[in-house]
Design a protein. Sequence first.
Length: 65
Amino acid sequence: MPKVKTNSSAKKRFKVTGTGKIMHQKSFKRHILTKKTKKRKRALGHDGLVDKSNMNFVKRLLRLK
């Protein structure tokens, strides 16, 4: 029986923490940064947690479920 492959794009975008939570990079910090406040840009630099409603989908992409 062949091995089940992990989704390549998902493994580049998500990181699993030691406690099993899944982290992702926040969007909107690539360009058009002049109109955004320093506070907003600083907050976008931190990783975000995957929402509970999307958790099963992301876990399936990463073959954790």
